[in-house]
Design a protein around this ligand. Structure first.
Ligand code: SIN
Ligand code: CO
Length: 376
């Protein structure tokens, strides 16, 4: 068998070695993870994105020892010559093809765990202070230099009363200066502090790991729409009461027995999770083509050129269940092959479309008109 090749992005180690030795475990500094890497979009374009209400952005500054944080849209930025401020733009992968392609280089981690690409622009001396994140992160230097101080400290106490999370007792145990193309991986909860040396852009490849509380609340809401509990409480043997305010024991027992009949199956968990993880974020909107082709012409064209998922589309699957942008459906064996290819490759070539069933063609056409996928 061929030895798995190292992934350039990870230096000289394979994704399997990375997952085994570093993922969730310890930091990794990769010099020249992407040799010659340059910002994927000019500063002006990034600043323009920060003015949009459908893009999440923040402006962080430290002036005379005072932290300040402003949430976007950011209509105005301090002058670029002014040191000490950072503009952070979240979800750039949803807005820009090159940013989307960069994020997807990290698909050795499943899509269910990949979150977004955040880009920060900082002037000299700026940073967001010593902090920790709840998620793994790859910090890729895109422009200028940044000095990272990191710490395995267990004390994660925060300074109270600040507009952002700042560790009250940060004590670095390692320090590196990152140049464009260098990348630093940090596991969740790892303390870090990055300070710009001159104008600096850092690209953060972020992951998502929902809390169990958040999942539990969403799961119960999901189940509320699908539970089926026939019947109604009845008490034909009810005896006259001498304590009318007390809930009858029989009533409580019977209702508890009936509610305990609710069983959560593997299928319930699968469908919930697939819909939950593929649900577009609140600020993601799809726009279909201005003049969509009619179904027949779409089918002809797609069978020639193929189709590609929109960069905003999240498509996942598990077993016979396929999930796309918060919707789920069960598929047969033949359609499963086609749709799994679409989900994994994020595209289908013309031949695959030409061989697709009527059901799949109908779905592709609906997704095309909704802007969930595009003709190549
Ligand atoms: C930044 O890019 O300024 C902050 C990134 C981080 O510390 O997670
Ligand atoms: Co961080």
């Amino acid at each position: 068998m061929k030895k798995p090749a190292p992934l350039r992005l990870l230096g000289d180690i394979t994704p399997a070695q990375f997952m085994r030795d570093y993922w969730h475990k310890k930091p990794l500094l990769i010099r020249q993870a992407i040799p010659g890497f340059k910002p994927l979009l000019p500063f002006e374009e990034l600043a323009e994105l920060a003015t949009r209400d459908y893009v999440e952005s923040r402006l962080v500054s430290l002036t005379d020892g005072q932290w300040d944080m402003q949430h976007g849209p950011l209509d105005e930025l301090p002058p670029r010559t002014q040191p000490g401020w950072t503009m952070l733009v979240q979800g750039v992968n949803l807005q820009n093809d090159a940013a989307d392609a960069l994020l997807r280089q990290f698909r050795f981690v499943p899509d269910a765990r990949l979150d977004d690409l955040m880009i920060s622009f900082a002037t000299d001396g700026a940073g967001v202070g010593p902090h920790f994140d709840s998620y793994d992160v790859f910090l890729l230097q895109a422009e200028g230099q940044r000095r990272w101080k990191i710490s395995a400290q267990k004390n994660l106490d925060l300074v109270e009363g600040l507009p952002l999370k700042i560790l009250s007792k940060f004590k670095a145990d390692e320090e590196f200066v990152l140049e464009p193309g260098d990348m630093l991986y940090l596991p969740p909860q790892y303390a870090h502090d990055g300070v710009a040396i001159g104008d600096c852009q850092t690209y953060s490849i972020g992951f998502r790991s929902p809390s169990y509380q958040e999942l539990g609340e969403a799961f119960l809401q999901f189940m509320a729409d699908s539970i089926d509990l026939p019947g109604r409480y009845a008490d034909p043997d009810l005896a006259p009461s001498d304590k009318p305010a007390e809930i009858p024991k029989h009533m409580l027992g019977t209702i508890a027995d009936e509610l305990n009949k609710m069983q959560f199956t593997e299928d319930d968990f699968t469908i919930f999770l697939g819909e939950y993880l593929s649900e577009p974020k609140h600020n993601v909107f799809f726009t279909g083509p201005e003049k969509p082709l009619p179904a027949g012409r779409f089918a002809q064209s797609a069978a020639k050129k193929g189709v590609t998922l929109s960069r905003k589309t999240q498509m996942l699957y598990r077993g016979k269940n396929v999930f796309i942008n918060g919707e789920s459906f069960a598929v047969n064996r033949a359609d499963k092959v086609t749709l799994e290819t679409l989900a994994n490759e994020r595209k289908l070539d013309g031949a695959a479309v030409a061989a697709a069933s009527e059901d799949v063609m109908e779905a592709l056409f609906a997704w095309y008109t909704d802007g969930w996928l595009e003709l190549n």
